[in-house]
Design a protein around this ligand. Structure first.
Ligand SMILES: NC(=O)c1ccc[n+]([C@@H]2O[C@H](COP(=O)([O-])OP(=O)(O)OC[C@H]3O[C@@H](n4cnc5c(N)ncnc54)[C@H](O)[C@@H]3O)[C@@H](O)[C@H]2O)c1
Length: 219
């Protein structure tokens, strides 16, 4: 308890899944959680769940992490409400994966925007506030985009080091149930906490044995 006491945590994609699990878990550790999602009503529901458990959360409005202006105003609402940003968990994302000849080319661009550009935009908007707080960035993405996300996280870690900013990738395995999701949230709490003060530029895979399975493979 209280491993994130008083920290302002921006968590994207809080309508469901890992984002909701992380928002609840961060709040239970004392973080002031600013959530957001394209699915605004569901994200507000997450905020209500946090409040019901005695936590503090804010969900300023519909958030589109692929839209620079949307991310900017989300971040500014957080700063106006809580005075700064200590943690950014760039969790929101969506994928359209498939065989190379099985999906339209536009789907590749969609996935890159939703999983990689979104991280850049989210971190970029919060960067001055992270510099001020010597904060922490967590990135998340599916196996298929980790080859882009890990170097991006490394770049953030290198660029952030002079300012005391850490950046770590949380690489979830395949999951669609509460158990694995709460394991991922647990990893995220650890990485965002002072217990991980010497961890940056790393990729923590929280995925059972799924990291050994390529996208599209069957078991
Ligand atoms: N579930 C898995 O098996 C798995 C595995 C590896 C990585 N991941 C990654 O972890 C992250 C969370 O996964 P999840 O399982 O919770 O997914 P999910 O689909 O259950 O939840 C993702 C959330 O992000 C939101 N979102 C999508 N695009 C958005 C946008 N442009 N702006 C704002 N919100 C947006 C969705 O509405 C949704 O609420 C994603 O980046 C995902 O790719 C998931």
């Amino acid at each position: 308890m209280n491993r994130l006491e008083g920290k302002v945590a921006l968590v994207s994609g809080t309508a469901r899944g890992q984002g909701r699990a992380a928002a609840l878990r961060f709040a239970s550790e004392g973080a002031l959680v600013v959530g957001g999602d394209l699915l605004h009503e569901e994200a507000v529901q997450t905020q209500r769940l946090i409040a019901r458990e005695g936590g503090t959360a804010l969900t300023p409005g519909p958030l589109d992490v692929t839209d620079e202006e949307s991310v900017r105003s989300w971040t500014e609402e957080a700063v106006d409400a809580f005075g700064g940003v200590d943690i950014v968990y760039a969790n929101a994302g969506a994928v359209r994966f498939g065989a190379i000849d099985g999906r339209p080319y536009e789907d590749f661009g969609f996935t890159m925007r939703a999983e990689l550009d979104s991280v850049r935009l989210t971190v970029r908007a919060a960067w001055p506030h992270l510099v001020a707080s010597r904060g922490c960035v967590l990135t998340a993405g599916p196996t298929g985009t980790l080859t882009g996300l890990i170097p991006l996280t490394g770049q953030l870690a290198a660029q952030g080091a002079p300012y005391g900013i850490r950046a770590v990738c949380v690489g979830p395995g395949m999951n669609d149930t509460d158990g694995p999701r709460s394991d991922v949230a647990e990893g995220a709490v650890f990485l965002a906490s002072d217990e991980a003060a010497y961890i940056t530029g790393a990729n923590l895979v929280v995925g059972g044995d799924w990291s050994a399975v390529l996208p599209g493979a069957t078991t």
